[in-house]
Design a protein around this ligand. Structure first.
Ligand code: FBP
Length: 550
């Protein structure tokens, strides 16, 4: 394998572990738990895994002799920096417990379990991937483990490989399914445990016991480096407004964290837009007013951060998208009629079929965006919201608004735009020290939970703004994080997604600063992730964690 000079040096990095995981860990059981909401329904659905206690590890006596622990690991969903370290943490953990233990990786995500495609992860293989980004050691996938026949297929291979447990590394949906699987195997007395690990760059799998999901730290550091570089370019040339869309399917944690790190002129937070029921017009007015005020100060440049999920949080856009989904759905009369129309007549026809408000909004959209809304559809005929170029939509609408303001004598500057989307470039970066340590600790935690016979738990490592030695490792029953939500027309038990809290410290701090950042030029240039050097720059946790735990 050809590796870079950095990768070669970085392979030698020994991730830091909490004290409790440095020798053999002692389990301390805490209070019995209940779900965050809908306790009665969740208890009925999870009679075997509901109400289990919280678990914290303490430093135990030196290693007692334990039986081998065999684990099958699965990477689920989008890549997040640090996944390989979760796997190396599990590997080292189970070998410490008993050198005869074995680790298998199911290939290509949960589908690998169902299709029985796997590899044994040997010491040699693991060493090649220590402290590297990506999920390529075994690959990932988005197959959902939801059906009993899939669980039974999984059990077949688990029995063949003599597995004690499956460890599922995934986001809120994958961990919800991990819990359903744990419950199913317990009900069947199958003898296979299931443990989850909190992954996603989006940062929306978090709660009291899971302080952050892994990958969020590294991804936001990568984006913030790029944003900082662009800010410096903007401030050097003084001729462009950069509109930057940031990944994060739904929540705006990434945008908020990057704003706290770089102090750009405009940052939109989807949760605030929804709370204030802002219209697209109001968002555009706000952006145009910042552009105009900066222009009055002679600054015809700036940087705006736009969260990927924004569109779905604007109430009127949500309504328009829902009407379009119904109107153009596969197999409906209107869907068929739409397809028969000449492209040049489609926009007018669509507008004539919508409710008056939705039609007005649809007609006010730039034609490129209107086309994306009606032409780029998934196999079910739904609008593919993630493909909508929100940064261009807003850029074009701000341009139109500024032209009107010019006519009214309210804008006398220039407005030239550059557009960017930062997403995939952050998902497979070499993990920061924080993510390398956190992930390795999560893996080690999972191995102890398995060895202690636990199931239906998520590995939890807390107290993350303290030095790694003082982190608190343990387990949280997944049922504790659940509530009932409507999904595809049915009420289902799911882990509650954590959106940006408008009364939380990170957002509140941002609100006190954004006016100053809008009109002045207070950019911060974080630079690249530092892997070697003083702890003050190498081991920095996120601003979000710092503010939340201040
Ligand atoms: P997960 O929730 O699975 O971690 O994935 C998050 C994410 O990176 C989102 O930020 C983004 O919208 C989406 O995945 C992109 O998905 P894909 O990789 O399928 O294009």
């Amino acid at each position: 394998m050809n590796i870079s000079a950095l990768q070669k040096e970085r392979a030698k990095y020994q991730p830091k572990l909490p004290k409790s995981l440095q020798g053999s860990a002692k389990l301390v059981e805490g209070e019995k738990t209940k779900s965050v909401a809908n306790q009665k329904e969740i208890e009925e659905l999870f009679p075997n895994t509901y109400g289990m206690p919280l678990i914290a590890f303490e430093k135990g006596e030196e290693q007692k002799s334990n039986s081998p622990v065999n684990i099958g690991v699965i990477l689920s969903g989008g890549q997040a920096p640090g996944g390989h370290n979760v796997i190396s943490g599990i590997f080292d953990g189970i070998k410490r417990i008993n050198p005869e233990s074995k680790l298998y990786g199911f290939l290509g995500g949960p589908g690998g379990l169902v299709d029985h495609v796997y590899v044994e992860l040997t010491a040699k293989k693991i060493d090649e991937y220590r402290n590297t980004g990506g999920f390529d050691i075994i690959g990932s996938g988005r197959t959902k483990l939801e059906e009993e026949w899939q669980f039974d297929k999984g059990l077949e291979i688990a029995k063949d490989l003599d597995l004690n447990a499956l460890v599922i590394i995934g986001g809120d949906d994958s961990n919800t399914n991990a819990c359903v699987l744990a419950e199913y195997y317990l009900k069947k007395n199958a003898g296979v445990q299931v443990i989850g690990c909190p992954k996603t760059i989006d940062g929306d799998l978090k709660n009291e016991m899971i302080e952050t999901s892994f990958g969020f730290d590294t991804a936001t550091k990568v984006y913030s480096e790029l944003i900082g570089n662009i800010q410096r370019d903007a401030n050097s040339a003084k001729k462009y407004w950069h509109f930057i869309k940031l990944m994060g399917r739904s929540a705006s944690h990434i945008g908020l964290e990057c704003a706290l790190k770089t102090q750009p002129n405009i940052t939109l937070i989807s949760e605030e837009v929804a709370e204030k029921k802002q219209t697209l017009g109001e968002i555009v007015d706000y952006m145009a007013s910042v552009v105009a005020q900066r222009a009055d100060n002679g600054d015809n440049f700036g940087v705006a951060l736009i969260p990927e999920g924004l569109i779905e949080f604007v109430p009127e856009m949500k309504k328009l998208i829902s009407e379009l989904n119904d109107l153009l759905a596969e197999g409906t009369e209107t869907g068929k009629e739409f397809k028969m129309l000449k492209k040049s007549h489609r926009r007018e026809w669509v507008a004539s079929q919508l409710s008056p408000d939705a039609a007005n909004l649809f007609q006010s959209l730039p034609s490129g965006i209107a086309n994306q809304l009606t032409l780029d559809r998934d196999p079910h005929g739904n609008v593919q919201v993630s493909l909508i170029e929100t940064e261009k939509l807003l850029g074009e609408m701000v341009k139109t608004r500024l032209a009107e303001m010019k006519e009214e004598g309210k804008f006398s500057g220039k407005f030239n735009t550059q557009y960017h989307f930062f997403g995939y470039e952050g998902r497979c970066a070499a993990p920061s020290n924080f993510d390398a340590d956190y992930c390795y600790s999560l893996g080690a935690t999972a191995s102890v939970l398995v060895s202690e016979g636990k199931t239906g738990y998520m590995a939890s490592v807390r107290n993350l703004t303290a030095p790694a030695e003082e982190w608190i490792a343990g387990g949280v029953p997944v049922t504790m994080m659940m509530n009932m939500e409507r999904r595809h027309g049915h009420m289902k038990p799911v882990i509650q997604k954590a959106l940006v809290e408008l009364d939380g410290a990170p957002f509140k701090y941002f609100v006190t600063k954004r006016g100053e950042w809008a009109l002045g030029t207070h950019y911060i240039y974080p630079g690249p992730i530092q892997y070697f050097g003083p702890s003050e720059i190498c081991d920095l946790p996120t601003q979000t964690l710092k503010l939340e735990q201040a």
